[in-house]
Design a protein around this ligand. Structure first.
Ligand code: ATP
Length: 558
């Protein structure tokens, strides 16, 4: 059950009944009826405790990364020459390389190098029946509130309120703040000021903050709107479906309504039997897919962390249905995912695991563990690994009338397999890799900005420089080397400025190796190889370069 849906449903029910009761008892009292309508949209995870969103202690800010991305051509705001639309981004020359490398390595390690996983590329727009069956039409939503005065809309779980009381229990005032790392300080200062203005003297109890979904009927009318600062302006939380609608065909009426997929997973479930039969896969096996997903997020924020158009890399790993089967598969996928993320350069000290509390899971889900990551704005979900039972296949079987049974020839039995779902966002991983790689240091009195990407992830693998640009024989040799290496890797040709400047530019792009062709090269067919992280330089014969680069970048030499 999606937490946000559950709470919103409870709040609305509470309003209708005009009887707010404490949140926990509402939850228990209404659980069965709400669960009856619970959906696959439950993958929109249960809210984690505040501790999961701990303030980041990184020595740089989000704006450092955003500025670097813009300056170097990793990521641009979409439609920048008009007024940019929030939640959409364009990936520039370096960004598209980084993104392609992420997807290429994931595909290599999850599909190419395994025997038990095959790939799929399903359509973005598909029958709306899929989203009816999965539950996304009914329940893929966030609770939101409108300010009736300012006409602004807020996500209810991002607006925090507090009631200030004197130590002897007298109500002083209510305050509202938007979620932020220092919201308690901001709210406390504002509340004390407000109380004093109203003539209420302290001492006061410590202020406690809750989000709007946690407000009781008694509190709600007194909570000020974050837009106007006045109480009574906020509507009750209402569900807002996150799917983008479109229409298919020439006619635009109810029958032509379709949706841009909010996740890639459902395309895997609907193709389960076709893939299993054509690829002759035997349980346990997986189907992997990389593709765009679209969510009309109410508050897209934190750069590419939460956007409205993003890419997912998802696997549905089908397993036997027995209750004792899933825990080991689930654990294996948690370990695999953790190790893979490390192997492509995520810093382990920024990685954490967050296990979903069992009472907040969707009713069909067995377990879910998120791998969270410390971004500059705090620690948040990077990917989820869920044990989802056989909910999705069963729903599609019932809804389509098609049999979703897998026939196990070895055991001569039929069953609907259960599934483990590792689901990872390409854009979030992109941001996590940037966070892991970014640093600033001083070298010989000058600032050096460095992106120390793993060579396999780095957008440009090699930069080739002739030492000077006015010696044709040097340029010719350097150009020949550049053209040769470019057949195999993304390479950069840079002739402008002193060598030191060129190194800095390459460091900022995350290029792991710079090759300088100098006068000695003409004599001995060797070049200077400079490593980005250590800044060390070694001489290497030109014929040795490809085996060296291949070992460093691909992990093996041909
Ligand atoms: P969140 O709780 O942050 O909204 P979610 O639990 O709804 O995420 P899932 O539905 O489990 O996310 O999607 C799987 C993965 O897809 C996430 O772990 C994340 O990496 C990525 N993802 C989800 N929503 C977005 C988004 N709006 N922008 C970028 N990536 C996203």
């Amino acid at each position: 059950m999606p937490w946000r849906l559950l709470v919103a449903a409870m709040l609305i029910l509470g309003y209708l009944a005009n009887a707010y009761i404490p949140r926990t008892s509402r939850l228990i009292g209404g659980l069965s009826s709400v669960r009856a309508s619970s959906t696959a949209a439950g993958r929109r995870n249960a809210k984690k405790s505040k501790g999961d969103e701990a303030e980041s202690a990184l020595p740089f800010k989000m704006e450092d990364l955003v500025n670097l991305c813009k300056r170097k051509g990793f990521v641009f705001q979409s439609s920048e020459i008009y007024s940019p639309m929030a939640g959409f981004f364009d990936y520039g020359p370096l960004g598209v390389e980084l993104k392609n490398n992420i997807k290429k390595l994931w595909w290599r390690d999850m599909v190419q190098r395994r025997e038990d996983i095959v790939g799929l590329d399903s359509s973005i727009i598909a029958s709306p029946s899929i989203w009816q069956a999965s539950g996304h039409v009914a329940g893929f939503s966030d609770p939101m509130v409108d300010c009736k005065e300012s006409k602004l809309r807020f996500r209810a779980d991002q607006v925090f309120w507090g009631k200030l009381e004197t130590v002897d229990g007298q109500e002083a005032c209510y305050v509202t703040v938007m979620e932020s790392d220092n919201m308690l300080d901001v709210a406390t200062t504002a509340a004390i000021k407000k109380a004093k203005k109203a003539g209420v003297a302290g001492p006061f109890k410590t202020l406690k903050l809750s989000d709007l979904t946690e407000a009781t009927a008694e509190d709600y009318p007194k909570i000020p709107s974050p837009a106007t600062g006045e109480p009574g302006h906020l509507t009750p939380p209402r569900d807002f479906n996150l799917m983008f609608q479109t229409s298919v065909g020439a006619m635009s009426d109810a029958s032509s309504v379709a949706y841009l997929r909010p996740e890639t997973a459902q395309g895997i479930f609907t193709n389960f039997l076709s893939v299993q039969r054509t690829a002759r896969m035997k349980v346990p096996f997986g189907i992997a897919q990389i593709g765009k997903a679209f969510r009309n997020e109410i508050t897209p924020r934190n750069f590419i962390f939460r956007s409205r158009e993003f890419e997912q890399m998802e696997i549905e790993y089908f397993i036997p249905p027995e209750d004792e089967a899933w825990p080991a598969f689930h654990q294996t996928w948690i370990d695999n995912s953790w190790n893979w993320l490390k192997s492509i350069g995520l810093k382990e000290e920024f990685m954490h695991k967050s296990v979903h509390e069992s009472n907040k899971l969707a009713h069909y889900a067995r377990a879910c563990t998120d791998i969270t990551f410390t971004f500059p704005f705090g620690t948040q979900e990077l990917m989820g690994i869920a044990a989802r039972g056989n909910f999705d296949l069963t729903q599609h079987g019932t809804s389509s009338g098609k049999v979703m049974d897998y026939f196990d020839a070895a055991e001569n039995r039929k069953y609907v397999p259960h599934v483990i779902e590792p689901s990872l966002g390409v854009d979030r991983l992109f941001l996590a890799l940037l966070t892991s790689a970014f640093s600033e240091e001083e070298v010989e009195g000058e600032k050096r900005t460095l992106l120390s990407f793993h060579p396999a992830i780095a957008p440009i693998k090699v930069a080739v420089f002739p030492l000077v640009n006015n010696k044709p024989e040097l340029s010719a040799l350097a150009r020949e080397l550049y053209t040769t290496l470019k057949q195999r890797y993304m390479c950069e040709w840079d002739v402008s400025g002193a060598i030191g400047r060129r190194y800095r530019r390459a460091d900022e792009a995350g290029t792991p190796f710079c090759l300088t062709v100098d006068f000695e090269s003409l004599e001995d067919n060797s070049v200077t190889v400079r490593s980005r992280d250590s800044m060390q330089q070694v001489r290497m014969k030109i014929p040795d370069l490809l085996p060296f680069l291949s070992k460093e970048i691909d992990g093996f030499s041909l």
